[in-house]
Design a protein around this ligand. Structure first.
Ligand SMILES: [Zn+2]
Length: 298
């Protein structure tokens, strides 16, 4: 099975099954073949008394990897989740940046009960029921999008800190309560911290709000790129919006004060990122946005 994609101004996200090949055409018109050979995941440390069963404030660190065959060369890409290594560099190979975002094998010991992050189900005639790996690819000569990305919130120096992800675990797919993959990225900061549009947005709005009886203020910003890809940005726990809903926003505009509603034991904002590409909605690590934000700092 071969999926064909061509480098475009925004990143390419795709979920593959074992033995499937992504034929990715670089900007220069040449093609790189990326075959997904195998995937695996394992717990590195845990305080759980029973694997796969959440316990309040339990901690779990896990690893996962994918074996790729890139233009005939075997490459193992390894990841670690729940430590500082959660904020990782993409693989740079054959003129491409490749981020290994997730493998479905982690759901052998994790639950998807804390936001969308699991890989897609396959159409019924496919086996197995789920895709095996989610990767993000971009021609390494390009940014992940054709605009500079403004800090979404005030950024810590150099990189994000895992200890500032709620209780130190709520990075993307981090183990909330030891066993529930976190469908977002939490960044601890005090109530009132400004949140800014990271890119130009076509529209922004609350999709549920305390004012309409919900337990949280959840915000969404939408951008439809000229290359046909749509990006959907989400933030939660804002105290209030500072710009009226249902309007476009210029990158860098403050749209909310963060971290003040239903923040649990640590004042934080929750960020998530999804792309709609080739008709599929793919949930991704917001770290990929933050990785680019750090590169785009003046
Ligand atoms: Zn969160």
């Amino acid at each position: 099975m071969i999926a064909n994609r061509i480098a475009k101004p925004t990143l390419t996200a795709i979920e593959l099954v074992h033995d499937e090949t992504l034929a990715f055409t670089r900007l220069d018109g040449t093609c790189v073949s990326i075959k997904l050979v195998a995937t695996q995941a394992e717990i590195i440390t845990t305080t759980l008394s029973e694997i796969g069963k959440t316990e309040p404030a339990a901690t779990t660190v896990y690893g996962f990897w994918a074996d790729l065959c890139i233009d005939g060369e075997n490459v193992r890409v390894e990841r670690e989740v729940g430590t500082q290594k959660s904020f990782y560099e993409p693989l740079l190979i054959k003129g491409l940046h490749i981020w290994l975002d997730a493998v479905d094998a982690i759901f052998e010991f994790m639950l998807e009960t804390h936001g969308h992050c699991r890989l897609q189900e396959n159409a019924s005639h496919y086996k197995p029921p789920r895709r095996h790996a989610r990767i993000v690819v971009q021609d390494a000569s390009l940014s992940i999008c054709p605009e500079k990305i403004h800090p979404w919130c005030p950024l810590p120096e150099d990189t994000l800190n895992i200890e500032d992800c709620y209780r130190g675990e709520d990075c993307w797919m981090g183990a909330y309560d030891g066993a529930s993959a976190h469908g977002g990225l939490d960044i601890n900061h005090p109530v009132g911290t400004p949140l800014f549009a990271p890119i130009n947005l076509d529209n922004h709005f609350l999709f549920n709000a305390t004012e309409t009886g919900h337990n949280n203020n959840r915000w969404r910003g939408i951008r439809q790129w000229d290359d046909g890809t749509t990006w959907i940005l989400t933030s939660c726990h804002m105290t209030h919006l500072t710009i009226p809903e249902h309007s476009s926003l210029v990158a860098g505009t403050q749209y909310a004060e963060g971290a003040g509603v239903r923040v649990g034991v640590a004042e934080h904002s929750h960020f998530s990122f999804a792309v709609l590409d080739h008709g599929e909605l793919i949930h991704l690590d917001p770290w990929i946005l933050f990785w680019q934000m750090y590169r785009d700092l003046p």
